[in-house]
Design a binder for this molecule. Structure first.
Ligand code: PEP
Ligand code: MN
Length: 263
């Protein structure tokens, strides 16, 4: 169903009147995790001020260690929605449990399925049953074929509003957090009719590579770019070293505009 052979024209996912995959690339930005009303509201203000339409923020955080901050749960979704409403932004957050999808649909404009859950088939099936657009991230060690099949699980269960997101894969290279597989973008767009985004924060894990990675993503045909921004990254409860502060975020968006690849 997701195959380009089956449907030659691009799928455009429309979220709160804004198109993803409609030709105009979209930026999605916000903190790694929702930490407080003040924190997410400040991030939303910065995102809105720079002309974006989409705010991200994790409420259910799939952390490597069980002792790390796990997110605020439903309260985090509520705070994210409140900030989105206040600033006129559509909101995106990850859901990890199929039992939470119905609840989450009351707060979110787009439901994210994270890299660690790309092959959580019960979650994919349940995501297929919701009416909300799904942002599906590529698994840490998933092939393109496995990624496409994960999207197929969602679509075969009834939801054709899917955005694919390349977020870097595991390789032997340690200079970046993951290895951004940039050719995944044109490959996925050839093989499927779905919009494709690139998460430059989790793929590189390095703030000094966000601008070139985002330019590369847009130049190679991505329909959008995701990046993390936090009012005070040093104090962030997760991914402290890779989140941009507001000055860095300004610079990031300015550079993309100057490149002519984003406006
Ligand atoms: C995220 O976007 O918050 C996240 C945890 O990303 P990933 O699933 O790609 O690691
Ligand atoms: Mn993060």
């Amino acid at each position: 169903l997701v195959s380009r052979k089956n449907k030659p024209e691009n799928t455009v996912v429309t979220v709160a009147g804004k198109e993803i995959g409609g030709g105009q690339p979209q930026l999605v930005a916000g903190p790694c995790a929702v930490e407080s009303a003040e924190q997410v509201d400040a991030a939303a203000g910065a995102v809105k001020a720079r002309g974006l339409h989409f705010l991200r923020g994790g409420a259910f955080k799939p952390r490597t260690s069980p002792y790390d901050f796990q997110g605020l749960g439903e309260e985090g979704l509520r705070l994210l929605k409140q900030a989105g409403n206040r600033h006129g932004l559509a909101v995106i957050s990850e859901i990890v449990d199929p039992r939470d999808l119905e609840m989450a649909a009351g707060y979110l404009d787009v439901i994210q399925i994270g890299a660690r859950n790309m092959q959580n088939f019960e979650l994919l099936k349940e995501a297929g049953r919701t009416k909300k657009p799904i942002l599906l991230k590529r698994g840490l060690a998933a092939t393109i074929d496995e990624f496409i099949h994960a999207a197929e699980y969602i679509m075969v269960h009834g939801n054709d509003q899917i955005i694919l997101c390349e977020r870097g894969i595991r390789t032997y290279e340690k200079a970046t957090r993951n290895t951004l597989d940039i050719t995944a973008v044109p490959l996925l767009k050839q093989e499927t009719h779905l919009p494709v985004m690139v998460d430059v924060t989790h793929s590189t894990g390095r703030k000094d590579l966000l601008v070139p990675a985002a330019k590369a993503a847009l130049a190679i045909g991505a329909d959008g770019v995701m990046a993390e921004v936090h009012p005070n990254p040093k104090q962030a409860l997760s991914d402290a070293s890779q989140q941009m502060n507001f000055t860095e975020f300004e610079h990031f968006v300015n550079e993309l505009e100057k490149s002519g690849l984003y406006k």
